[in-house]
Design a protein around this ligand. Structure first.
Ligand code: F3S
Length: 249
């Protein structure tokens, strides 16, 4: 289909207040929501604040909520909306607004800094690290994460519960812990930390995080659930429990 005029409602404001503003803006064939936001910036709202970089779904910058759904604007094609449908673009709800569509996502970087770092076992005598491909495949899925924070934005544990942020790291960092836990070279046991410092127990497996991931990572099934199982194994395995008792005396 060719060009047409779309109705866009875009949230404008800052930390203190804001409102949805309505625009009529031309759309060309093949465009995505980010193209239209850029056109608004170029023609009608020169000071509209929006974060973006690659326009190819790889940098994870242009996260926003489109008609209430957490989305990358560059991967949201305009032909998924009817021509007469109003497209509403609002900032990520889980993070404080700085201005317009730009939010303060520093919560995520604070959580990232708390994850105990990758710690490999010593190298083999010939100086190499050896891993079996089969052991690499599982954590490799989580390396696809582009840190767009859409999973963090959508998770109900923190979405409307600012008070949970201190105790819960969010799905992105639960899969980071799972990734390190599955890593064939890593020697640090992060299972107690997962439960106590990163709030693994807050996750009740609603899987909303997996649904919004632009990389198609199965956060819940392949990361969070296996990590929960490993934490439980450790706590209820009588031999492990006895071992920890004996060592303590
Ligand atoms: Fe949240 Fe994902 Fe668990 S959305 S509750 S971390 S399954």
């Amino acid at each position: 289909r060719g060009g047409y005029d779309a109705t866009f409602r875009v949230w404008r404001g800052d930390a203190s207040s804001g409102e949805l503003q309505t625009f009529t803006v031309p759309v060309n064939e093949g465009e995505v929501v980010l193209d239209v936001i850029h056109r608004l910036q170029a023609t009608q709202a020169g000071d509209l604040a929006v974060r973006w970089n690659c326009k190819a779904g790889k940098c994870g910058s242009c996260s926003a909520e489109v008609n209430g759904r957490p989305r990358l604007m560059c991967l949201t094609r305009m032909n998924t909306f009817a021509e007469d449908e109003t497209v509403t673009v609002t900032p990520l709800r889980t993070f404080p607004v700085i201005r317009d569509l730009v939010t303060d996502v520093s919560y995520n970087y604070e959580k990232a800094a708390q994850v105990p770092a990758f710690t490999p076992r010593p190298r083999d005598p010939d100086g190499n690290h050896r891993m079996q491909q089969v052991d690499v495949d599982r954590p490799q899925e989580f390396r696809k994460c582009i840190e767009c924070w859409l999973c963090q934005d959508t998770c109900h544990v923190i979405r409307d519960h600012e008070e949970n942020k201190a105790a819960f790291a969010g799905p992105r960092f639960l899969i980071r812990l799972a990734e390190l836990d599955m890593h064939p070279l890593d020697v640090v046991d992060r299972r107690d930390a997962a439960q106590q410092e990163f709030g693994l127990g807050y996750c009740n497996i609603t899987k909303c995080c997996s649904e919004v991931c632009p990389e198609g990572i199965h956060l819940t099934d392949n990361g969070i659930i296996p990590l929960k199982e490993r934490v439980v194994d450790r706590r209820y395995d009588p031999l492990t429990w006895l071992g920890s008792k004996i060592r303590r005396h």
